[in-house]
Design a protein. Structure first.
Length: 256
């Protein structure tokens, strides 16, 4: 059972305006260790904008975001990432001409601090590289891509590329994961593989999942937030939200 110490990320009435358009309007979400908090809604609801606000890719107009109890509002994406937040995007973001291993190793290396000048720096460099390689190996193993580590990333299947993007994120050793439509464009087998991957990641992370696959959402989510036109219309346990009449009318429809 989660408690206040498991709360890793919290947004408090976060808002984003673009001129006269309010894309996200006073949205508050809590992400807790060992939970998947899914955010759903029709296209244009503000889901990806919310993820961009939490990760620092967009500055908030108002409201606050706290990571591990520290106010990170206004921080750069790089600084937020270094403090334990990782994310994936709607569009797969990999180096297609590199191998799976090289992609993940580059991500792991991005977390390394530059070494100061030292005549014996090669000794430290060896330890430094060993640490980077171990983090890359762990991430590839966890993402289920060890058998594909030498494959060219651009030649991998769509599902494997999405797994690779998550492996690259894991190589930065985040505690909070923001995943934007990780199942988009997948067939049934690939989608099931991704669901199993997310379940493996769940115990050691606080996760926000933006997704359109309703079946996957109800298989994965511990908490569910529904957004329409930038606002939250319902939030809570998935079964409770699913039965909400406003949610039924605005998004889920009679089939769900």
């Amino acid at each position: 059972m989660t408690n206040v110490h498991d709360l890793l990320l919290r947004s408090n009435k976060i808002t984003k305006r673009f001129g006269g358009l309010t894309a996200v309007n006073e949205v508050s979400v809590d992400l807790r260790l060992g939970e998947i908090h899914a955010v759903i809604g029709p296209n244009g609801a503000g889901k990806s904008t919310l993820a961009n606000l939490l990760s620092g890719d967009l500055p908030a107009t108002s409201g606050h975001v706290a990571l591990n109890g520290q106010d990170i509002t206004g921080w750069t994406p790089e600084k937020i990432s270094r403090h334990g937040l990782g994310r994936s995007y709607q569009k797969t973001n990999i180096f297609g001409s590199f191998t799976v291993w090289d992609n993940v190793r580059l991500s792991a290396q991005s977390r390394s601090q530059p070494l100061p000048f030292n005549p014996l720096a090669w000794l430290k460099q060896a330890d430094h590289m060993r640490d980077v390689n171990e983090r890359a190996e762990r991430a590839i193993e966890l993402a289920g891509l060890h058998h594909r580590k030498n494959a060219i990333a651009g030649a991998a299947s769509h599902g494997e590329q999405r797994q690779l993007e998550i492996a690259m994120t894991l190589a930065t050793e985040p505690k909070v994961l923001l995943l934007d439509e990780p199942l988009a464009g997948m067939g049934l087998a690939e989608a099931e593989s991704m669901v199993q991957l997310l379940l493996r990641l769940k115990p050691l992370h606080a996760m926000m999942l933006v997704e359109h696959d309703i079946d996957a959402i109800f298989a994965l989510a511990d908490q569910l937030t529904v957004m329409v036109n930038g606002q939250v219309i319902a939030s809570g346990l998935p079964a409770t939200v699913r039965a909400d009449e406003a949610v039924q009318a605005a998004y889920l429809g009679e089939d769900h």
